[in-house]
Design a protein around this ligand. Structure first.
Ligand code: HEC
Length: 188
């Protein structure tokens, strides 16, 4: 029997829904769950079954917070986002979208402070070199809306990021496309 076009479409839709549902639920492998060797203390901290309840099935809140703290990582977790938002600020300045630039610049500061909450030894350099003074200069420039001024201040901020990487002994982070590509207006 020849399928009508309508029937064909109905069958195709049903098939697509079926494979989509399959994709959402990964098939169990049958492997026994076990704790990774790379995180110490998980075995001792395990109370309930070893499954996706990695927090709920821990022995107590002390162990739960310990696991969350591991999960939250170090400076790098936020600095990754700082790097992204820094590039977005640069692009917003090229587009003369001051509001967007300000949006990313404010988020960048907030996320930076989260990094310092986790790694307080970074705070002295971060505040002295960046947050207490330098950061505000670009905020004010973006609020002022003078393109030339904004560009000039952004390039100074770039220098501040790089100077702190030197001060914190991670200078190798400066030799990246992210800093190379943001060295001029307009981009080269
Ligand atoms: C405290 C001074 C300090 C300032 C100011 C600073 N950084 Fe960092 N940055 C660091 C440190 C320290 C690391 C390495 C973190 C780690 O290894 O956990 C880092 C890492 C990074 C990384 C790599 C993150 C990753 O993926 O692992 C990027 C990208 C970055 N910074 C961008 C910037 C940008 C852009 C600015 C300026 C807006 C900036 N940083 C300002 C200290 C600073």
């Amino acid at each position: 029997m020849v399928m009508t076009y309508k029937k064909y479409l109905t069958a195709l839709t049903a098939y697509l829904i079926a494979i989509n549902l399959q994709a959402q639920v990964s098939a169990p492998t049958g492997n026994e769950p076990r704790n990774p060797k790379g995180v110490p203390g998980l075995e001792e901290g395990q109370a309930g079954a070893l499954n996706r309840n990695w927090l709920l099935n821990a022995t107590d809140d002390q162990e739960r917070f310990r696991r969350i703290q591991i999960y939250a990582g170090g400076t790098y977790e936020q600095m990754w986002q700082v790097g992204y938002r820094y590039q977005q600020v640069y692009q917003a300045i090229i587009d003369e979208n001051w509001e967007l630039g300000l949006h990313h610049w404010v988020k960048l500061r907030d996320v930076f402070n989260v990094a310092l909450m986790k790694r307080p030894r970074r705070t002295p350099n971060a505040e002295a070199m960046f947050l207490d003074n330098a950061w505000k200069q670009l905020e004010e420039a973006l609020q002022g809306g003078d393109a030339e001024d904004i560009q000039e201040v952004f390039l100074r901020e770039r220098g501040t990021c790089m100077a702190c990487h030197i001060a914190e002994q991670v200078e190798f982070l400066n030799d990246t496309p992210s800093f190379r590509d943001t060295a001029n207006f307009p981009p080269e």
